[in-house]
Design a protein around this ligand. Sequence first.
Ligand SMILES: CCCCCCCCCCCCC/C=C/[C@@H](O)[C@H](COP(=O)(O)O)NC(=O)CCCCC
Ligand SMILES: Nc1ncnc2c1ncn2[C@@H]1O[C@H](COP(=O)(O)OP(=O)(O)O)[C@@H](O)[C@H]1O
Ligand SMILES: [Ca+2]
Length: 553
Amino acid sequence: MFEVLFYILNKGMKFIESALNRDGEAVFTRAARGLMSLIPTPLVFQVSGLWKPNHVLCRENVVPASEIVAVEETEIDKKQCDSGKWQKMSKLHAFTVHYIKRARNHRWRCSEITFWCIDEQLCNQWIQALKELLDSQKSRPKQLLVYINPYGGKRQGKRIYEQKVAPLFNLASISADVVITEHANHAKDNLFEVNIYKYDGIVCVGGDGMFSEVMHGLIGRIQKDSGIDQNNPKTPLAQCSIRIGIIPAGSTDCICYATVGIIDPETSALHIIVGDCQPLDVSSIHHNNTFLKYSVSLLGYGFYGDILKDSEKKRWMGPMRYDFSGFKTFLSHQYYEGTVSFQPAKGTVGSPRDKESCRTGCHICRQTKQLEEQQKNYGFEHKEVEDEWKVIKGKFLAINAVNMSCACPRSPKGLSPAAHLADGSADLILVRKCSRFNFLRYLVRHTNQDDQFDFPFVDVYRVKRFQFTSKHLEDNESDIKDVGKKRFGQFCSDHPACCCNLANSTWNCDGETLDSSAVEVRVRCQLVKLFARGIEIYKDEAAYNSSSNELLS
Ligand SMILES: CCCCCCCCCCCCC/C=C/[C@@H](O)[C@H](COP(=O)(O)O)NC(=O)CCCCC
Ligand SMILES: Nc1ncnc2c1ncn2[C@@H]1O[C@H](COP(=O)(O)OP(=O)(O)O)[C@@H](O)[C@H]1O
Ligand SMILES: [Ca+2]
């Protein structure tokens, strides 16, 4: 990895002493041939007595080239030139390197350092070499399409973009076409009309609902252009290579939190600028050979569906609506009857009860991808295995399927702390009917370090496919009933008809309501890509309070 080493001398004035990579070799021989021979002498100002040969290099002063945001020539104002020791020098030249600085809790900030030089030609060579280095990083986006939901969260989307994101994009020479949405589905419909292929990425400014809208537009458009019918649940889908960036400006922002580690627009903008790439599993949801929706975070029936449905009527309350509706839904203690059937995930290495979470460069996600590639090579990839369905019939307070941890500020470890972003599986959490007190104990464990799966009324499975049919629908004449009867017939005939709760809930699908009392869900491994890298591992994960968290290399 390329690194520019910064030496700090003379009360904060900064100079480049040399440019080296981790092995101590010259970096710029690769970036700009010939420049290296010029570097060691003139760039170090030999201000006598101030040079400290054994100056300790702190980690903070080492910046990988991949984390340089921009390099600019710096205008030196007269005041700086006239001050102190500089007076004696003829004319000064300078350039500024803007780079990523890690702060607490996965927060990134754009910091800057200015290098001074008396040799104009050398200064220009440095600027050019660094710019070439940045240009050589092909994963960085140059042109983006940005959708802003002005009504998401606390209605700050436009301001957040203009004040915190656009200046960074300008600095990094990224051009952006910005659309401020005028109604729901504006972004989704627009993605079917514009030439998406001229963009390196699509950015949504809003919450999970806004992300969902953009993702539906992008996946739908790619399938349309590839001639793929989304209504057939068995059809393999075309992967989306255009990455999606999320600038959090919503109410929960769990997709951002679970993929970046913090809800912070500036951090997310920097992940976009450096061209991060995080593949993401997507679940497709069908009913009776009709496509309903895609989901990447929570697909929840019962508790979370009811909260969402109720909270939609209270949008005027902003993000607080979830607390209000959450409390109300908790008190109602509604349970739902139905049948869940699922295929356990076989190809994946992990389990939902693992202590290890999905982090940057996750080996479990990587292994899954390798396995999939191998299957592709052997021609197995599109063959559906129809065996090993597990069937569970019962009364549920919540049925939650999550493709990621669903960590968010309300629940820092999430609904399923060990769920993986890109392992081709989802964690299916079944919370069976229990007392209010026990359900509260279960919810409280989402906010502390205790294991939320360690309850007799909670089951969790890692799955590739699952189906749910409400009791209500099973008892009615419908197409799905015929399919259901074949599979669940023995259970239905055993079940006493007297004490059935025929209420139906709604699905909470990434923060969008979905009304369907029967669904068929399939996880599509790494269908989309985000401008993110997963949550980075700090050397001491628990030491979130340390002011300069060090990355584990
Ligand atoms: C006694 C204390 C109990 C606290 C329990 C807290 C449990 C919180 C789990 C949160 C899971 C969140 C899953 C993510 C859902 C979002 O996709 C969705 C829409 O987000 P957005 O579009 O940004 O608004 N948010 C929700 O459904 C809100 C769930 C809030 C539950 C209290
Ligand atoms: N201009 C708009 N007016 C009304 N609704 C919109 C607009 N733009 C997007 N939406 C919809 O608003 C919903 C919620 O948006 P989101 O950004 O997730 O905010 P929140 O997190 O507060 O729910 C999404 O379903 C999205 O489709
Ligand atoms: Ca997953």
